[in-house]
Design a protein around this ligand. Structure first.
Ligand code: AMP
Ligand code: GLY
Length: 430
């Protein structure tokens, strides 16, 4: 098969790496790709949001399957465009992507179909929102409706801050139209997890629960980022909890979407809060997570191509389960100096060659560029160093040993990815 992957981050490198091992695949293109991907696929320097250009490219190259990584092309209807041309594509249509692009759509859907989420109210009028807010006691959460590159949710611990955020969103329009509607919801204490599943709009095929680390610095300090690391499995999510998430959230949501006339195909990503033993949905994404995809796919033993094709063809019930390595899998993101606000670029990266043949380690590239035989930084999140081990301790040691081999000017990374899993394990066995 000839496959085109859209995107150029660590998630797409993991996808291309996994696809390159499939006996069903002989050629992979990636638009735009990155330095690491260019060693496994033909990268083409085109705009990932130019649907018409991508369709023309796919026709010329006789692409047999397109896989969409990031949310922006999904939000602008890339799947609808390709489907009209009869080119198989993996991902939800624009209406399905609303589950990520509009928190108002999602909260109303969850509410209508009785799917657990934090109690909430929706506002577009500043005066009404401010009046409501004055009657609340922090903590609570204020969220912009639309896509804000991970910066649209504010956990409010101080009333004055709540009023400022509200004004910024509804009056100063700091997120533009994305903040024209806001949600004010109850704060849910608990632990967060990412739960991803393949779906053909009728059934689901769950992947593994994982945990992202959104804050820039250790102990969840500092500004929020796209994600500084992830690991799987999570010690506190066992079979019973998985079944509760599958039945009470994932399947119910797919069915709710169908009742609303949306056949949702692709990956459904549930960002959930486990609060008092119950999983509540904080948000959905309409795609694979980044960096969650890196440790998840590194653990996947099954061929991913038949799974993706079964989703596209509406036959996911023909795939019984996914085979996984038993191991713990951890990804540590290395970012540039200045990330997330103003990342430096153009720094030479050293040490990658030494890690190429290391067993149980894979370095997925994100913001990198290959010039001659050298790799240079070209973005905020640069690398996702990923390792598997028999235990959390083993995987942590392997991944940080690999990280210590890499060097570029100003590099920053968290030193505590996986540490929470150790803590939860100790708590569980106590
Ligand atoms: P979201 O974009 O909705 O996933 O929110 C971003 C982050 O804000 C989440 O990853 C949580 O850490 C936090 N958050 C969002 N909603 C809530 C809530 N209702 N209770 C507690 N924390 C929340
Ligand atoms: N890891 C968070 C995301 O993919 O949105």
């Amino acid at each position: 098969m000839k496959i085109l992957v859209i995107g150029g981050g660590g998630r797409e490198h993991a996808l291309v790496w996994k696809l390159s091992q499939s006996k069903n695949v002989h050629t992979i293109f990636c638009i735009p790709g990155n330095g690491g991907i260019s060693e496994m696929a033909t990268c083409v320097d085109m705009n990932a949001n130019d649907t018409n250009g991508l369709i023309a490219f796919s026709k010329k190259e006789k692409i047999e399957l397109v896989i969409v990584g990031p949310e922006n092309p999904l939000a602008s209807g890339i799947v609808d465009g390709f489907e009209k041309e009869g080119i198989p594509i993996f991902g939800p249509r624009q209406k399905g992507a609303l589950i990520e692009t509009s928190k108002v759509f999602t909260k109303e859907l969850l509410d209508k179909y009785g799917i657990p989420t934090a109690p909430f109210k929706i506002f577009s009028d500043y005066d009404k929102a401010e009046k409501y807010l004055k009657g609340l006691k922090p903590p609570y959460v204020v969220k912009a409706d639309g896509l804000c590159a991970g910066k649209g949710a504010y956990v409010i611990t101080d009333q004055a801050e709540g009023e400022t955020v509200l004004k910024d969103l509804l009056v100063n329009l700091i997120h533009g139209d994305a903040g024209k509607n806001v949600i004010i919801e109850d704060f849910l204490p608990g632990v967060e997890a990412s739960y991803l599943a393949f779906t053909d709009g009728k059934s689901i095929l769950p992947m593994l629960a994982s945990q992202d680390h959104k804050a820039l610095s250790d102990d969840d300090k500092g500004p929020n980022t796209g994600g500084m690391g992830a690991y799987t499995p999570i010690p506190f999510i066992g079979k019973d909890m998985e079944e509760a998430i599958n039945q009470n959230i994932m399947l119910k949501t797919i069915q709710a979407l169908r009742s609303e006339g949306v056949v949702y195909k692709g990956v459904l990503y549930d960002g959930l809060m486990l609060s008092g033993g119950t999983p509540y949905t904080l948000e959905f994404n309409a795609r694979l997570g980044d960096p969650e995809t890196q440790p998840i796919l590194f653990k996947m033993e099954s061929d991913i191509v038949p799974i993706i094709l079964a989703c596209v063809e509406g036959k996911l019930n023909t795939i019984e389960h996914i085979k996984w390595k038993e191991d713990v899998s951890i990804c540590v993101v290395i970012a540039s100096k200045g990330y997330p606000d103003k990342p430096e670029k153009g720094k030479v990266i050293r040490g990658l060659g030494d890690l190429k043949n290391r067993k149980d380690v894979m370095v997925f590239h994100a913001g990198t560029k290959k010039v001659g035989n050298d790799f240079y930084t070209s973005g905020g999140r640069v690398l996702g160093v990923t390792a598997t081990g028999k235990t959390y301790e083993d995987a942590i040691e392997k991944v940080y040993d690999a990280v210590s081999c890499i060097e570029f000017e100003g590099m920053q990374y968290r030193k505590d990815i996986g540490a929470k899993a150790l803590k939860y394990s100790i708590e569980r066995s106590a």
